[in-house]
Design a protein around this ligand. Sequence first.
Ligand SMILES: Nc1ncnc2c1ncn2[C@@H]1O[C@H](COP(=O)(O)OP(=O)(O)OP(=O)(O)O)[C@@H](O)[C@H]1O
Ligand SMILES: [Mg+2]
Length: 575
Amino acid sequence: MLPASILLCFLALGEQSFDTLTTVTLRRLVNSISAYVPGTTGTSSLLVDATVLFIGCAVAAAGLSAVFVRIEIPVRKRLLEDIESSLFSYALWHAPCYFEQRLPGEIAQQIRNAAQGASGLFVVLTYFGMRFLAMVVSAALVFSTSIPALNLIALLWTLIFLAGSYYITRACSDLSKEFAAKGGRVIGRMVDSLRNITIVRSFGRQAFEQSYLRRYINEERTSQATLRTQFYRLYVFQLAGKIVLSTLVVGFSLYALLEGRTDVGSVVMLIALAGLISSLLQAISDRMYDVFDNFGVVSQALSYLVVRHAIGDVPGADPLLPAEASVNFQNVTFRYPSGSFVLDNFNLDIKPQEKVGIVGVSGSGKSTVMRLLKREYEPTIGSILIGNRDISRCTLSSLAHAIVEVPQQVRLFNRSIRENIAYGQPDASNAEIWRAAEDASCLDFIAQRADGIGTEVGEDGVLLSGGERQRISIARAILKNAPILLLDEATSSLDPISEACVQRSLTRLMEGKSVIAIAHRLSTLRQMDRIVVMAAGRIVEEGSHAQLLNRGQYYRRLWEGQSDLQVPAGTSGRT
Ligand SMILES: Nc1ncnc2c1ncn2[C@@H]1O[C@H](COP(=O)(O)OP(=O)(O)OP(=O)(O)O)[C@@H](O)[C@H]1O
Ligand SMILES: [Mg+2]
């Protein structure tokens, strides 16, 4: 990357130097034409030399420009790839709370904006920065050897032109930032509506979604129109600047000619050089807008994306290697960043390979317990241990390897069945993938598909039934083979036949693992070693299925279908 970037700088410097040299050779060409006397070999050879030199410089400038563009293409491509993949990787390490406040489509759009803006900035700054440098040095040399006063005029004009362009384009940059933000919002809204298309259809709210989006499109277009008006002001300013410089240079050089201080060739050269300067500065002024625009887009995207990871590896974090996968919640109190307290001094000890069921009314904090164990959030007070190691001091990737989950809401990639299963263990052999599919009872529905295990499952697995999706997620979990298994309502959305089938697969999956299973259908937890009953963020009762039924308190009431569990203050029904 670095050698290619340095080469780009030299090419831009060379191109501008040859452009200025072309105007110098123009002087010689014009003077040779003036001095040409037909039939004299001396004047005609001078004319030929001047013509060859003029064309040579013009061709060299064009050639360097072509080489610059050729080299710029792979450099820009590489930059784009590097920035886009780094930002994507950074986004993948954000904790769930980051995604709760942002739309996935908006995040993707910001990653693209940042990559395109930054790579564009690099090329523009390299090209025009170097050309400007070469122009300043070469024009100063030319003016000094012809009419030195033009140095001061060109310098003043350049400063005023750049300052004016800066002033106008600065406003463009703010407007462009606003335009980019509104564009991102439109994309985000579209993705939100399209992701929920089934809800839109079932409520018949297509027209509502359209008018909802139209409001955002309208705001975006208004801000675009304001931006364009500002851009037009810049164009008028550039035209006026060009006329001023040309007039000044023509005036000064003609005056010097009339006074006999210069020749015709020099006048033509100076006018051509003035044209070159104003063209370059107009291009820079145009790019100034792009530069501010890109700066705006890149800084907005970075402030959106490069937010500190809410949960990450602490300095000196060690990998978690749970030989003994015990799990301990120690005095855990927790509230969501945007909510009230959900867990209240929660304590739970799970021995290695013990199978614990959690029951409780909706909202009592069961899923939150699992989220804390996966470190999607950190406890507000207290700590969580796996194998007697505090998980907040272990690396996130090793924690992910220690836990496998089968959730109620299965998430599948819009890829093939094979790819979704193999996600549990990327280097799994073909035989291992098939064995996992068999253990998770996937073979029957795979056989029914024309493409078999290579069948694409569609967005979030829409091309499969709920039970089939669930079985793929179990196969994926089987392949992962982590020592701790979390089941959060893994079978609750299935019909009794699918549930029985999935339950058999789950029983196989549970073998040899420490298990935490949440279920509203209490019958599915009968095989658990222990069941804990949660209410209002605390454990209010625990024991085996039979013990809890006999006790006749919370569990019994849940079993009998009562959901009005009230927890008296200070109650703890733990045995
Ligand atoms: N991301 C969040 N931000 C704020 N509050 C949340 C968030 N997720 C859950 N809650 C709140 O935390 C409480 C416990 O939620 P949790 O999902 O743990 O309940 P649950 O026992 O699993 O319920 P269910 O049986 O319905 O799944 C609820 O009051 C819920 O509204
Ligand atoms: Mg839940």
